[in-house]
Ligand binder design. Structure first.
Ligand code: SF4
Ligand code: SF4
Length: 424
């Protein structure tokens, strides 16, 4: 059976999509920025082509089954958004379209449906993900026996998982208190790199910020949004709306994907009872680099030895939130640290939420290209602001036999304050 999505039946979400498709003037300025267009060279794998396909599907002249492969291949990297002179809100269009399309998708093969089930039942839940990651590491040894989609998933896991490092409910400010924030701790990151949250607490404290870590918080819902599971995303978001206090200066996150996800809450709850609360929450959500930059960073001491780091722009920070200069300016406060730019730096690394699990060939090409571009800089280390990018880049540098230290921006600041940049 062939499906279409009648736009008139979609309420406020339909209005968001209609407004987005009507804003596109088909100029094509976005095409050279799009990773899939650059790799595949197909109009329908470009932002303009996808907007056209979504419009035609909404109007009923193209079926969902015809447009789906092209929409599935979109990374959601949003490189097309800053390039668009007309201000097409492509991210809102894509998220809303996927939310309405997914329940009608009967064309996905059983193996893909199983993979999606596994993704949505494990990745957003820290405890389940830790258990699955432990099992997956064992699976790595039997990788040749695994089905393709499972093999792709376990290949991205590191050989060793760090020890769990539970966080306190509260972390005090050092010296005079300058601000009070609540920290979103993330889900995948807690298993793969718990040190990032601890570095965040130490750096905030060092800068006079008191931190609450609300119990009962969970995944921001971004991953569920990206795979079209809007109901699950809303359930996860509601838990955070109920858990985070209002009397804080900011809700701070150190994962670009989570920051971007929280900024999507107003679209997720458009027309629902929580719309105003979601907008207020999104207004308080700030990436750690933006928060520290606005606060004013206390100067770190000079590094004992010179260090050259390449900064990688996470798409969900640079494109989705417009955050490019803040992390660079924070790093530039560290004496003896040289910041290097990565050639073709605006091109996505291929991580993109669950994209590297679902579209492994394109993700592989982008990951390898990113790793090779990083290596041309001659950097001693790589710095970025997103756990997904860190995992993807680490996997590709290791594959190329040239692993490098990979740090979050806040880990670099933490180590600079502690004077342990080289040996940590
Ligand atoms: S740049 Fe904007 S208006 Fe032009 S084709 Fe792309 S999305 Fe449409
Ligand atoms: S979100 Fe990224 S992959 Fe998708 S159309 Fe825009 S630039 Fe291309």
């Amino acid at each position: 059976m062939q499906h279409s999505i009648p736009i008139d039946s979609l309420g406020p979400q339909g209005e968001i999509m209609a407004q987005a498709v009507q804003t596109c003037v088909h100029c094509g300025f976005c095409l050279p920025t799009c990773p899939t267009y650059r790799l595949l060279g197909e109009e329908m794998d470009s932002p303009r082509g996808r907007i056209y396909l979504m419009k035609e599907t909404l109007e009923g002249s193209v079926t969902l089954e015809e447009s789906a492969p092209f929409i599935d291949r979109c990374l959601g990297c949003l490189a097309c958004v800053p390039a668009c002179p007309s201000g097409v809100p492509y991210g809102d269009l894509l998220t809303s379209f996927r939310a309405h399309a997914e329940p009608q998708r009967s064309d996905r093969p059983a193996s893909q449906r199983m993979q999606r089930l596994l993704i949505r039942q494990t990745l957003p839940y820290a405890g389940r993900f830790r258990a699955a990651a432990r099992a997956g590491r064992l699976g790595k040894r039997l990788s040749a026996l695994l089905p393709d989609r499972l093999r792709t998933m376990v290949a991205l896991l590191p050989d060793e998982l760090p020890q769990a490092a539970p966080l306190p409910d509260f972390y005090p400010a050092q010296g005079t208190r300058r601000a009070r924030v609540a920290l979103l701790v993330g889900c995948v990151q807690q298993t793969l790199a718990p040190e990032i949250n601890w570095a965040t607490l130490r750096v905030l404290s060092r800068n006079g910020v008191e931190v609450l870590i609300p119990r009962g918080q969970g995944c921001c819902g971004a991953l569920s949004m990206h795979i079209g599971q809007a109901d699950q995303a809303r359930d996860l978001a509601r838990a955070n709306l109920a858990t985070f206090p209002n009397d804080v200066d900011a809700v701070v996150t150190n994962a670009a994907g989570c920051g971007s996800g929280m900024h999507e809450y107003p679209v997720l709850f458009k027309g629902l009872a929580e719309e105003a609360q979601a907008a207020a929450f999104a207004g308080k959500a700030l990436d750690i680099s933006v928060f520290l930059h606005r606060l004013g960073l206390s100067a770190p001491p000079p590094l004992a030895q010179p260090l050259r780091v390449a900064y990688h722009d996470a798409c969900h920070l640079a494109n989705a939130q417009g955050v490019r200069s803040e992390p660079r300016q924070l790093l530039s406060h560290i004496p003896n640290l040289t910041l290097l730019e990565i050639p073709d730096g605006e091109l996505c690394c291929g991580s993109a939420g669950a994209y590297n699990l679902e579209q492994p060939e394109i993700a592989h090409q982008l990951g390898e290209r990113k790793a090779r571009n990083i290596l041309t800089t001659g950097a001693d280390a790589i710095v970025t602001g997103n756990i997904g990018c860190m995992t993807q880049i680490a996997a590709h540098l290791t594959r190329l036999g040239q692993p490098l230290p990979l740090w979050h921006t806040v880990q670099v600041l933490d180590r600079a304050y502690a004077g342990v940049m080289r040996n940590a």
